[in-house]
Design a protein around this ligand. Sequence first.
Ligand code: ZN
Length: 134
Amino acid sequence: MKISHIEHLGIAVKSIEEALPYYENVLGLKCYNIETVEDQKVKTAFLKVGDTKIELLEPTSPESTIAKFLETKGPGFHHIAFAVEDGVANALAECEANGIRVIDKAPRNGAEGLKIAFLHPKSTQGVLTELCED
Ligand code: ZN
């Protein structure tokens, strides 16, 4: 596959409202979008950092994978998202052909209207990995 850049870094937080002052007032980044992704049961906040972004993820339900992540690991780094040039469906097929465990068998809708799919951290050197395309 061909990765063009790191689209964003995902960070799990208990509360976007409580996390934002650090990112905005201390780091001087600007939040430009807050959006709820219903099927992932998360609220997301995006901040630009040069050519990439930070995505803050807050659970909207105790069943959210982010809620489970916060319970076991606490707030912090959650996933890396790579932008793929040849499409998420092709990249997924390539991963499966290489024996990589995928969480999503097919691309689905993520925040910001992106097509996304996650790869399992057991197959990605321990880092939950998201592939995305605009
Ligand atoms: Zn993400």
